[in-house]
Every structure is written in structure tokens, then in C-alpha cells.
Design a protein. Structure first.
Length: 281
């Protein structure tokens, strides 16, 4: 399993890194579009759609993204969209985690499908606009999620259960602990300070998310980083809720050793519009 995970990760990096660093951002937009279309296909399958319906769902998501691309949406200011999508993630994410797995089964399938396509469409526009803003800004957003996940894993392994007897979300993801979540937040704050220092030390042309946040006030950067770290956990838990409701372990087997595309981007779905909101307002 580990060997398979490593091989898949290397293959993904072999595709994604050249696309990210290619001088024209449209190349990255195309690669991201393929991944988002696959994620939409997975989303339909997780909501009990047949093969044909799942392919149509993926096609609709790709069409929406392509229409936004051709219509100039990738270079347009979309502050209202970031505010709406980010607020929806905060409110609906909190509602879902509070009500638990059972409530999701009572949501009509068409609402689930539309909501999923909308979330994926917004995430695609956000990640492409982040790349257009600059590679440094894009990576500062992506690394935030990776740091939160890595620090949460090691903090949970080392300290899980020592300070909090109750798990973070026992009915949704029994393995996650409060110690892990707090460790992930601490890691993100440390990353923010380090990244902001490196931006200043090397006088980068394009500011990272953390430098943009810190330009208001350093306290705002810390609070915003904690908020984004929290929302990365929410994204992860919400996808776990969806999978538990569907009775599946992975969103698909598209990425051997890693599950599906949704399994890899779940925490990014709320973070991308929220980071664009905080980084551009």
C-alpha cells in the first residue's frame, strides 16, 4: 500500500508541478479542470447515481468551469462569490457536523448534486485565480492545508487522548482527536510566521497569503490562519460525513493508494474560496 501511494504521488507531482510552473496559467487551469471533472463524477457516484448520470454530472461541472473560463471569469474580480461561498461553507459545514450523518440522508439528491457541483466549480475558479495571482500565493494556500494535516496527524499520534477524553467527531471520523486539531492549528500559525519572514527576507515579487493577511495587522494574520486551519478540518470532516452516509471508504479508486480526487481535495474545497476572500478583500 505504501509503495502504491508513493508511486501515485510521484506521478501526480510529475503532472502537477510542470503545470503549476508553466509560464502560462491556462495550462494549470486545464489540469485542474480535469481533476475537478473527475471529482464531480465521484460526487455523483457517492450520491447513488448510475454510471451515465455520474458522467453527465462530471460533464456539467466541466461545462460550467469551461464557460467561466471562456467568459473571462478567471481574471474577473469575484469578491461577492468568495464571500457567498465562504459563508456557505462556514454555516452549512457547522450545521452538517452538528446534525451528524443522519441528516444528510434527508437532503434531496438533486440538492446534493447541485451543491456539490457548485462547491467544485467555485474551488476550480479559486485555485486558478490563486495561480494567476502568483505561484507563491498559490503554494501558501495549498501548503496551509498540508501543514494542518501533517501536524494534526503527528500531534494526534503523540498526544491524542491525553488532554481531551472525547474525540473530535466520534460519529463521523473516530480517529480524529482534539489534540490533533489543535496541533494542526499551531502548525499553520508557525507556517504563517515563517512564510511571512521568508517573503520579507527574499523580497518576493508576489506576496503570499500570510503576507497579505499580515499587512492589515499581525494579529489578523494569526486569527485568519487559525480560522483557515479550522475550516480545513471542517472540509475533511464533512467529506468523511458524506462517505459514511454513502457507506464507502474512498470516494473512488482513481488514485491508487490515495482513494479518489475528492479524498485529496476535501480540505481544500472550503479553504480556496475563503483564502481568496481573505487575501483579496
Amino acid at each position: 500500500m505504501l509503495k502504491q501511494r508513493i508511486i501515485t504521488a510521484l506521478l501526480l507531482l510529475a503532472v502537477l508541478l510542470p503545470a503549476v510552473f508553466y509560464p502560462v496559467p491556462e495550462v494549470f487551469a486545464l489540469v485542474a479542470l480535469i481533476l475537478i471533472g473527475a471529482a464531480a463524477w465521484e460526487w455523483a457516484r457517492m450520491n447513488q447515481c448510475g454510471q451515465a448520470s455520474s458522467l453527465v454530472t462530471g460533464g456539467v461541472c466541466v461545462f460550467m468551469c469551461a464557460a467561466s473560463w471562456l467568459g473571462g471569469g478567471l481574471y474577473a474580480p469575484l469578491k461577492i462569490l468568495w464571500i457567498f461561498a465562504g459563508s456557505a461553507w462556514v454555516v452549512l459545514g457547522a450545521w452538517l457536523l452538528y446534525r451528524g450523518v443522519a441528516v444528510w440522508t434527508h437532503v434531496p439528491r438533486v440538492v446534493r448534486l447541485v451543491g456539490g457541483i457548485f462547491a467544485l466549480w467555485v474551488a476550480w475558479i479559486a485555485v486558478v485565480q490563486a495561480r494567476i495571482m502568483g505561484i507563491n500565493f498559490l503554494f501558501s494556500v495549498l501548503v496551509l492545508v498540508w501543514v494542518a494535516d501533517i501536524f494534526a496527524y503527528f500531534a494526534g499520534r503523540a498526544l491524542g487522548g491525553r488532554f481531551f477524553t472525547r474525540k473530535l467527531a466520534p460519529t463521523i471520523s473516530p480517529g480524529k482527536t482534539w489534540e490533533g486539531a489543535i496541533g494542526g492549528m499551531a502548525g499553520v500559525v508557525a507556517c504563517a510566521f515563517l512564510w511571512r519572514y521568508l517573503d520579507s527576507a527574499y523580497a518576493v515579487d508576489v506576496a503570499s497569503l500570510y503576507t497579505r493577511l499580515g499587512d492589515n495587522h499581525i494579529t489578523f494574520m494569526v486569527l485568519a490562519s487559525l480560522f483557515l486551519a479550522t475550516m480545513s478540518v471542517v472540509g475533511d470532516l464533512v467529506e468523511s460525513l458524506f462517505k459514511r452516509s454513502a457507506g464507502v471508504k474512498d470516494s473512488s479508486g482513481l488514485l491508487p493508494g490515495h482513494g479518489g480526487v475528492l479524498d485529496r481535495v476535501d480540505a481544500l474545497l472550503p479553504i480556496l474560496p475563503l483564502a481568496m476572500m481573505l487575501g483579496t478583500l
